[in-house]
Design a binder for this molecule. Structure first.
Ligand code: ATP
Ligand code: CA
Length: 968
């Protein structure tokens, strides 16, 4: 079995996948079995595109840099007629060659970025105009931002695929033979009964299979479109707004922030500390600085740090990313661990079947030969004897076909697809099939705080400014407060709030304003507006010289402002302990700047603690003067700040979280909170959610980081809260939980800072609303409503997938064992098989498809969340299952054996057709046994029911038969 175990649930190597697939050689319908798994050739094609792109791109850069040295003034570029008729001065190919080729020289001949903005009849401040006519003109000239996809497969494709099954093909041949022989011997229509019966069941199975496959493919397509839905912020007609990336057009001005994916090819217009990760496009992991002198932004790359505004130049299939996506979309998913395991089981059982088939055939043939040897007639073969030989062969083939439990791996897909659909209804989007089942065995969840456990709806409710603490939760209270604080403090506070921000207040048409930005930013901006500040007026007053955008590592952000008189100010805001540590002055209640002595520092620290204990997120605002003429190249100061004040932001716990945490706990899943926030805030919230208990540990990231491996060994099981964590702390925790404790770890996250942990986790869950593209890309499941309760639901579905497949495995293994033993033993003992080839195939076929459909798609029960998780070491075929399989098989064998040996006496069967009737009786008993086996498989624990139901099988079959015999 070793060879089947190498494929890991996440990030398997292509080599392993390939080897594994070759190991599964005994397959009845290859196309179907491997349909939903990765298309390796498409993948390598995509890899090739990447590599060649990377190579070309290098060459292009070198060439254009070399060419730069001889700029020869104006180029001979001619605007095509149709483009200039539409009102633009540059065509799509030229734009493509500039950006993709990183062609600075060409860019210069077009007048730089501003020149291109003009030629695209856009404006770097206002964006493009939104009149219908001009948008459609733009669309016509430059195309749209969509990638071509393979046309969807029709229903008949799946019918065709279902038909290519070995069982079906053999049955089809049987049907034809039976029809011909029957009609010749007994005439139409009486002789056609058998044949038509087989044809009917073939049709039934083909259509059920094809319908289910077809529906699945539609569903995967829907999920795929859902997965690709991305919204970006765009300025059009002077208004900043949210727009689907599919609606982007060249000329659009897009705002990009940390964690965003670049939605189209384009040029950098303005921005700060922009760092772009191009690995998704080129495989190059070293991030690239993008700024005015290297302004090229490529579609599909990610913003690793900083923020910017970009001009869209090239969209859709004209970009390299478009070409790559068109190939990748058919790349498929990796095999899931269960698929791997069950494909392995199927192959091994198939091999055993093959062995038995050969032995059976040998035994049967030996019987025939011995008889002929006795009769000394081995040179003369009658037609009957030849037919018999053929039948022996058919029996042998049937044993193989029945033995290969093709239904097992297919049931996994079926069950996963079903669960995916249901999860989608429950607001969880599954990106990788494997995620469903891994989630079912997870033993620990490391959850983010902000947005997952809390609503992410933030408001400033308390502030400590000028050494005065005040309640400011309502606009009135905020206004009151602003009238109480000294003028100077108010001025600098408003300046800090409105200038030092990653958000923006936008007025959309009718003077109704909307605040854009992260929830923390919006809360502070709203506070500023409530205090009577005017965002735009404030912004007019000064010029922003430099910005260091917020990131989770520093946990603060800073800007440098230049006032009209030339004075420069640095503003800093961020995690309060960190910013306060950089302060040595404070504004007192008179509005004067005084030294920050011991007592006032202590006062601020207690305020922070007090806010945090009330579960508020605290932020400290500070500023300092940096004199005249600050050079944008020098760093923003890190020390010597004057503390303006501290704000406490409320982010209430989501309703239902407490209950969901309790559900997880009763399901044996440990919930931990890993957050970037202050430890007291984290603790307060964790207590409120029921995560932090009295014997649990709450630890700060910087402390955790310093622990030795032995210490970690001791504390990690008890860690319930980790606060002020850096991205690497999260990653380290997850890695330790996985490797040292063998836990199956689920991680939730939203930010770029969570990406490493999401990637490392057995299952990564990203937030759909607050989550950045980078987080989503690293995740396996996207929680569309950002709610922790949904995570519990995902776990429930995961468990249900696991259990449903177990049920099916139990059912099918029983049938396989019984069919194999009955045919093998009776062939060896009596030289004949009681179940004919056609009968066996029929049972097998119905069982593979309809049985799988029935068992693999059972809804989860709440009981599922009351038992412990399976974890990493759980056996897939549990002892209970073995007991049920062996018990059922034994019971069925006894019945069939009894019928075979004593059936004629027991049912008083006499006459010439006694054998025929007996075999029919055996077949019917077998079928009914399976029906009850299937029903009893629905609940593995209640074995009494199992036995009772099982016992019903024979009497019913027998009773039916008696009626039948009686009526003849
Ligand atoms: N826009 C911002 N400007 C300045 N500081 C901020 C900003 N947003 C958050 N902070 C500070 O950084 C800290 C959070 O940083 P981080 O991004 O690592 O955590 P988070 O992802 O928001 O929290 P969680 O991990 O719970 O989701 C906050 O406690 C706050 O003090
Ligand atoms: Ca976060």
């Amino acid at each position: 079995m070793e060879e089947f175990g190498e494929v890991r649930p996440k990030n398997s190597s292509e080599e392993a996948l390939r080897r594994w697939r070759n190991a599964c050689w005994l397959v009845k319908n290859r196309k179907r079995r491997f349909r939903f798994t990765a298309n390796l050739s498409k993948r390598s094609e995509a890899a090739l595109i990447r590599r060649s792109f990377k190579a070309n791109f290098r060459v292009a850069v070198i060439v254009s840099q070399a060419a730069l040295q001889f700029i020869q003034g104006l180029s001979d570029y001619k605007v095509p007629e149709d483009v200039s008729a539409a009102g633009f001065q540059i065509d799509a190919d030229e734009l493509g060659s500039i950006v993709e080729g990183h062609d600075l020289k060409k860019l210069r001949t077009h007048g730089g970025v501003q020149g291109i903005v003009d030629k695209l009849s856009s404006s770097s401040k206002e964006g493009i105009s939104t009149s219908k006519e001009s948008l459609s003109r733009r669309r016509r000239v430059y195309g749209i931002n969509k990638f071509t996809e393979a046309p969807p497969r029709g229903f008949w494709f799946f019918v065709w695929e279902a038909l290519q099954d070995m069982t079906l093909m053999i049955l089809a041949v049987c049907a034809i033979v039976s029809l011909i022989v029957g009609i010749v011997m007994e005439g139409w229509p009486k002789g056609a009964h058998d044949g038509l019966g087989i044809v009917a069941s073939i049709l039934l199975v083909v259509f059920v299979t094809a319908t289910s496959d077809y529906k699945q493919s539609l569903q995967f397509k829907d999920l795929d479109t859902e997965k690709k839905k991305i919204i970006v912020q765009v300025t059009r007609n002077g208004c900043r707004q949210k727009l689907s990336i599919y609606d982007l057009l060249p000329g659009d001005i897009v705002h990009l922030n940390i964690g965003d994916q670049v939605p189209a090819d384009g040029l950098f217009v303005s921005g700060f500390s922009l760092l772009i990760n191009e690995s998704s496009l080129t495989g190059e992991s070293e991030p690239v600085h993008v700024h005015a002198s290297n302004p090229f932004l490529l579609s599909g790359t990610k913003v690793q740090d900083g923020s910017c505004r970009m001009l869209v130049t090239t969209v859709g299939m004209r970009t390299q990313w478009g070409k790559l996506m068109a190939t990748l979309s058919e790349g498929g998913d990796d095999e899931t661990p269960l698929q791997v395991k069950l494909n392995g089981v199927a192959t091994v059982i198939g091999q055993i079947g093959l062995f038995f088939a050969v032995v059976t055939f040998a035994v049967l043939v030996r019987g025939l030969f011995t008889r002929k040897l006795q009769e000394r007639s081995y040179w003369s073969w009658s037609g009957d004897e030849a037919m018999q030989l053929l039948e022996f062969f058919a029996i042998a083939v049937t044993i193989v076909v029945v033995a290969v439990p093709e239904g097992l791996p297919l049931a996994v897909t079926l069950s996963l697809a079903f669960a995916m659909k249901k999860m989608m209804n429950d607001k969880a989007l599954v990106r990788h099939l494997a995620a469903c089942e891994t989630m079912g065995s997870s033993t620990t969840i490391c959850s983010d705080k902000t947005g997952t456990l809390t609503t992410n709806h933030m408001t400033v409710v308390k502030a400590c400014i000028c050494q005065k603490i005040q309640e400011v939760s309502t606009p009135e209270a905020a206004l009151d407060f602003s009238s109480e604080i000294p003028e100077f403090a108010k001025k600098i506070l408003i300046q800090s709030i409105f200038s030092n921000t990653g958000g923006e207040v936008v007025y959309n048409g009718s003077r109704k304003f909307e605040i854009l930005g992260t929830p923390t930013e919006t809360a502070i901006l709203e506070f500023g507006l409530n205090m009577g500040g005017d965002f735009h007026a404030e912004r007019e007053k000064s010029r922003i010289v430099k910005v260091e955008p917020f990131n989770s590592l520093k946990k603060k952000m800073g800007v440098i402002l230049e006032l009209p008189e030339g004075d420069c100010f640095a503003h800093c805001k961020g995690a309060s302990e960190i910013v306060l540590a950089a302060c040595d002055k404070v504004i007192d209640h008179n509005g004067d700047v005084i030294r920050l002595d011991e007592s006032s520092r202590a006062f601020l620290q207690t305020s922070i603690e007090q806010f945090a204990n009330e579960a508020l997120r605290t932020l400290c605002l500070a500023y300092t003067e940096v004199g005249n003429g600050f050079s944008p190249d020098s760093p923003i100061p890190t020390q010597g700040y004057t503390c303006i004040g501290i704000v406490g932001i409320k982010d209430p716990v989501r309703p239902g979280v407490k209950e969901s945490v309790a559900v997880c706990k009763s399901a044996g899943i440990v919930v931990r909170m890993v957050t970037g926030d202050n430890i007291n805030t984290a603790k307060a919230i964790a207590r409120e959610c029921g995560i932090l208990t009295d014997d649990g540990i709450a630890i700060e990231g910087p402390v955790f980081r310093e622990k030795s491996d032995e210490e970690l060994e001791k504390i990690i099981p008890k860690i319930q809260v980790m606060a002020r964590s850096s991205p690497l702390d999260k990653h380290k925790l997850v890695k330790h939980l996985k490797n040292a404790f063998g836990e199956v770890v689920a991680v939730t996250g939203d930010g770029t800072n969570d990406a490493p942990a999401l990637h490392e986790a057995d299952i990564g869950l990203a937030m759909g609303i607050a989550g950045t593209e980078v987080a989503k890309e690293s995740a396996d499941v996207i929680i569309l409503d950002d709610n922790f309760s949904t995570i519990a639901t995902v776990a429930k579905w995961g468990r249900s997938v696991y259990i449903n497949i177990q049920k099916f495995v139990q059912f099918q293994l029983t049938v396989n064992v019984v069919a194999l033993i009955v045919n093998f033993s009776s062939a060896c003992l009596t030289g004949d098989a009681p179940l004919t080839a056609v009968q066996l195939l029929w049972v097998n076929m119905i069982m593979d498809t309809l049985g799988a459909l029935a068992l693999a798609t059972e809804p989860p029960s709440d009981d599922l969340m009351k038992r412990p998780p399976v974890g990493r070491k759980g056996k897939f075929i549990s002892n209970t299952m073995w007991r049920n399989i062996l018990g059922q098989a034994l019971y069925q064998l006894v019945i069939l054996w009894f019928l075979q040996t004593n059936g004629k006496v027991a049912f008083r069967l006499e006459g010439s057709d006694a054998d025929l009737i007996l075999n029919t009786l055996i077949f019917n008993s077998f079928v009914f046994c399976q029906v009850f086996n299937e029903i009893s498989s629905r609940d593995m624990e209640k074995w009494v029911v199992t036995v009772l139901l099982g016992f019903l099988g024979m009497p019913i079959a027998a009773a039916l038969k008696m009626i039948d015999v009686g009526s003849e």
